[in-house]
Design a protein around this ligand. Structure first.
Ligand code: AMP
Length: 368
């Protein structure tokens, strides 16, 4: 892979806070960032040298964008896949669009992970009411019905507690599954039913892999969710070293197995029996890696730039323990409190309006 040196321009699809922190890391290494997103006033646009505001499906604008950058990455996985594939005809896209396709569909994602002999929750693809009933009978309940695509922060998920017809009908009505009954299956099932995992802890690991195949991981962290949204990340995760090593080996096998060039975050459940089940992959910077900005030798954002530009990967050494707290909605009003704390590092994303459930910033507490 040819080296993309400082002074080059990194194209970033998506204009949210992840794109913003990526653009800041790019600038620190002497790169320019060019954000491409449909929204005006996107948090990333404020800190990038160039911004294009256009629909992802606007192929002619995408081609102009492609000519203005040296490499393209993306800051979230819910971008339509076809435009990303189109871009890849003109300019290197890292991680590869094939990796994005895996992470965009929960069934394909779990099948890919299972093929690497790594366990996930038991699951069944669901395309119709009959599929749902059959899957519930095979997997047992409780289970979670999820949209196969586009879900995030618990959106597009329904817990199925009972086989009773009224309960099933309610889940079907809420999910809109009946509307998909007659849909073609060419793009994979629209839903997935997963066994409910009574986990004792949620953890995640982030791995970077370069084009030569070198893989480097950050420490495993614990994630605590509130209302299905990540609330806190504790680094390192309070788990036994052997379990952390097992989670790391799984993450490395996934990074290798999907042919990653870039970054992948692997979300996992840890059960009472110390089993580890992979829940989800994200081929991009991840909220559970924000602590690395302040507490590691190199942040997850810098690491992506290194991986996709052919630079040597940086050390992921944890310089101190850390706890990251997301500031969601009105939590951001406490900014002065965090500024006054000597061990707190405040990050504000510059979003205009603090809506409930909206990630407005985060704070990382360093040390114990
Ligand atoms: P996801 O969108 O798959 O990351 O799910 C969001 C959150 O819902 C996870 O972080 C878990 O807290 C919970 N969750 C998702 N899938 C399951 C499952 N199969 N069993 C138990 N909890 C789950």
């Amino acid at each position: 892979m040819p080296l993309i040196p400082p002074g080059s321009t990194i194209g970033i699809l998506g204009g949210g806070q992840l794109g913003r922190m990526l653009a800041i890391a790019a600038a620190e290494l002497g790169y320019h960032a060019h954000i491409y997103c449909p929204e005006k006033d996107a948090p990333a646009g404020e800190v990038a040298k160039f911004t294009t505001i256009a629909a992802y499906e606007d192929l002619s604008t995408l081609e102009v964008f492609a000519r203005s950058v040296d490499v393209v990455t993306y800051e979230f996985e819910n971008i339509p896949h076809a435009p990303v594939e189109h871009l890849a005809k003109f300019i290197p896209v890292r991680p590869d669009p094939a990796v994005l396709a895996i992470c965009q569909h929960r069934v394909l994602e779990k099948q890919t992970v299972n093929k690497l002999s790594i366990p996930t929750a038991a699951f069944r693809p669901v395309s119709s009411l009959e599929d749902l009933k059959e899957a519930a009978a095979v997997l047992g309940l409780p289970a979670i019905l999820k949209t196969a695509r586009m879900g995030y922060d618990g959106k597009g998920q329904w817990k199925v507690m009972s086989h009773e017809p009224q309960v099933m009908s309610r889940v079907i009505a809420e999910s809109g599954l009946s509307a998909h009954d007659r849909q073609s299956r060419t793009h994979g099932a629209p839903f997935i039913l997963e066994s409910f995992v009574p986990f004792r802890m949620e953890i995640s690991l982030i791995a970077a892999r370069d084009a030569k195949g070198t893989i480097i991981c950050y420490d495993a962290v614990q994630n605590i969710h509130k209302h299905h949204i990540l609330s806190e990340t504790i680094a390192p995760a309070p788990i036994a070293p052997a379990l952390a090593r097992k989670a790391k080996a799984m993450t490395e096998a996934i990074a290798e197995g999907i042919g990653l060039v870039g970054l992948v975050a692997v979300e996992m459940f840890v059960t009472d029996k110390d089993e580890i089940l992979v829940n989800e992959l994200a081929p991009r910077p991840h909220n559970s890696g924000h602590w690395t900005i302040d507490a590691c030798a190199n942040s997850q954002f810098e690491q992506i730039i290194r991986a996709i530009c052919g630079l040597p990967l940086g050390s992921t050494e944890r310089l101190c323990d850390a706890r990251m707290l997301n500031l969601i909605g009105d939590d951001i009003n406490d900014w002065q409190k965090y500024l006054a704390m000597p061990n707190a590092r405040l990050h504000v994303y510059g979003k205009k309006e603090a809506r409930p459930g909206r990630k407005m910033g985060h704070v990382t507490f360093l040390g114990d």
